[in-house]
Design a protein around this ligand. Structure first.
Ligand code: FAD
Length: 565
């Protein structure tokens, strides 16, 4: 990246990484102060801050170090940045890798002085799109206005009352009835999302996967029907959409992940019509089944975006269910099925690949790996994919379709990405075994929003919830937390109607079968696994997991290495 200076206002400019030569030029342009917002060693060849500091001082420039990463900008950083800029006698230049971190610090520091729109516009004019920062700027302004008057403080606050949040609340209450727990959840309904593959395959009606939130919320927990827009971990508070703040002693973040439909050009306009569908939304899974049932032959494309996504097997489960139906109805021969995946292999855990390849052959599925869906035009039924050639040059490939099942790109929710709780990739930055936050000891994450490198599944949340409950209660009692999560996740692959390969694995792809091999061998399709998925798992979800009954999900306890207890 060549050196570039972008002016924010007369007092502050922000820039890309600089070196000693550029310091000289900056001095000649009249800058008096340099702020370095970049930690050392982010990339090879990056000048060390101590060296730059020496060089700056020799030129008579003031030099400040305030290293931040995109994910860990706290209110304290913002205040320090603002103090430095406000107290200099002359123009200040802040730099990081691209200037975005400096612009972010500035934008947050401006919350009390200007409207959010004008701050974002000013940043845009300087070349920085900070629109994702909007909720946090609003939050800072409102926090000041309210002078941090929390509406209320609870012992435990859970952000997100989906699968993982409610399971954690239930597990906490099973351990200690009467705990003061508030669950912040905006949705009227709770969903059993693993059932959506079955809805798209015509096995379940959609309604079987949905219940009213009020009917599944633990009775003694307080439901705050609202949306969280920001976190203030230094003050133990979360900010709600309506401007209220809720304080906590301990916080569990369970807000799931976000579906980024808008990252694919034209998709939102055509989803639910023109043969374009997804099982990733409650209201669209029935349309998948409608398309499968009415299909008369032609080209059916199934896409898979870059990982991580929830239920990494779901993009292909729907494909096998469709292919099997078309085979039964004698239209498979006239059908061209394509699996277009941005991944390089059909499934990340090798043990399951032979079975999947057998079905790929049986249904005559064309595999197009390292191909990423980027645009869709519903009217002409055309999809565009990007793929790299041997020289890493990106090419666009267009494909016509009669049916397109899209698995959308996914990422951490924006309000988490922009918060101090996030890691570099935007997920809540927790220890992968204890699920406790890496920097804030009274915060935990559970479910899809956590940084743990497990397969993001309900099965994982079912095992994680008791771990978080156990550790949080132990920590409340002032003891060393000792419940460990081994990365368990499960993705039952519906390879045909009536048979499932029950994949169960943990960190680093280690196979973690629940049942003995003679009963269910997860690497082979089995009728018993299908029966489990269709008849037993919905019951496990509604009647065990959400009630704190930890069937086959008791947390593993490990002794404290120091005390042996
Ligand atoms: P969710 O259940 O999505 O809950 C997140 C909650 O947070 C939601 O209720 C949401 O309203 C709330 N929230 C969001 N933003 C905010 C905010 N700002 N403030 C407050 N609350 C907020 N898993 C399996 O184990 N097996 C399967 O076979 C399987 N198949 C799947 C098939 C499909 C098509 C899909 C979509 C998923 C599948 N999964 C499967 C994955 C599984 O459903 C998820 O991993 C699981 O639901 C994650 O639980 P969660 O609580 O982290 O997220």
């Amino acid at each position: 990246m060549s050196f570039q200076v972008n002016k924010i206002n007369d007092r502050l400019s922000v820039a890309t990484q600089l070196n000693a030569r550029e310091l000289q030029a900056l001095k000649e342009q009249g800058f008096k102060t340099i702020i370095n917002n970049r930690p050392d060693d982010e990339e090879t060849g990056q000048p060390r801050s101590a060296t730059l500091s020496e060089d700056a001082k020799q030129l008579g420039l003031a030099y400040f170090e305030l290293p931040v990463t995109g994910a860990n900008i706290t209110d304290a950083h913002v205040e320090q940045f603002d103090n430095i800029v406000e107290n200099q006698n002359g123009p200040v230049l802040a730099f990081c890798r691209s200037g975005t971190r400096c612009a972010t610090l500035w934008a947050l520091s401006e919350a009390d002085n200007a409207t959010t729109d004008s701050i974002l516009k000013q940043a845009q004019q300087a070349g920085y799109d900070l629109s994702a920062l909007k909720p946090r700027i609003d939050q800072r302004r409102e926090a000041t206005a309210a002078n941090i008057a929390y509406s209320v403080t609870h012992d435990i606050v859970i952000v997100g009352g989906g699968s993982a949040g409610l399971a954690t609340a239930a597990s906490l209450l099973k351990r200690q009835a009467g705990l003061d727990i508030a669950i912040i959840e905006p949705s009227e309904n709770n969903y059993y999302q693993p059932g959506w593959t079955m809805v798209g395959g015509g096995i379940f009606p959609a309604e079987k996967t949905r219940r009213k939130t009020q009917n599944v919320m633990p009775r003694s927990a307080k439901w705050i029907r609202n949306k969280v827009i920001g976190f203030d971990p230094d003050r133990n508070a979360v900010l709600l959409e309506d401007g209220q703040q809720v304080g906590y002693k301990r916080l569990v973040v369970a807000a799931g992940l976000q579906l980024d439909f808008e990252k694919i050009e034209g998709l939102s306009e055509t989803l639910g019509k023109n043969g374009v569908t997804t099982n990733y939304q409650y209201h669209l899974a029935p349309y998948t089944w409608q398309l499968i049932r009415r299909f008369k032959g032609g080209t059916a494309i199934f896409t898979q975006p870059p990982m991580p996504i929830k239920c990494a097997g779901a993009p292909q489960k729907v494909m096998y269910m469709a292919a099997d139906y078309w085979r039964d109805n004698k239209i498979l021969k006239g059908t061209n099925i394509l699996f277009c995946s941005s991944g390089a292999v059909i499934f990340g855990v090798k043990a399951y690949v032979p079975t999947l390849m057998k079905y790929v052959g049986k249904y005559n599925i064309g595999l197009n790996f390292e191909e990423n869906l980027v645009a869709v035009d519903g009217t002409s039924q055309t999809a565009w994919f990007e793929r790299k050639d041997e020289n890493d040059k990106v090419h666009r490939v267009s494909r016509k379709f009669d049916m397109l099942h899209v698995t959308p790109p996914q990422s951490a929710p924006d309000f988490i990405k922009m918060s101090p709780l996030a890691n570099q990739e935007g997920w809540v930055d927790v220890d992968p075994t204890t699920l406790r936050h890496q920097r804030y000891e009274n915060i935990y994450a559970v479910g899809d929003c956590g940084s743990m490198p497990n397969a993001k599944t309900m099965a994982a949340a079912r095992k994680q919830a008791p771990v978080v409950a156990e550790n949080l209660i132990t920590d409340r009692g002032g003891k060393h937390i000792n419940a460990h999560y081994d990365g368990y996740g499960s993705c039952p692959l519906t390879v045909e109607r009536g048979k499932i390969a029950l994949t169960e694995f943990g960190y680093e792809g280690k196979l973690l079968p629940t049942f003995p091999k003679w009963l269910i061998d997860g690497t082979k399709p089995s009728r018993l696994a299908w029966w489990l998925k269709v008849k037993i798992m919905p019951f496990v979800y509604w009647s065990l997991m959400l009630k704190g009954r930890e069937w086959l999900a008791k947390p593993q306890l490990k002794p404290d290495p120091k005390t042996g207890l």
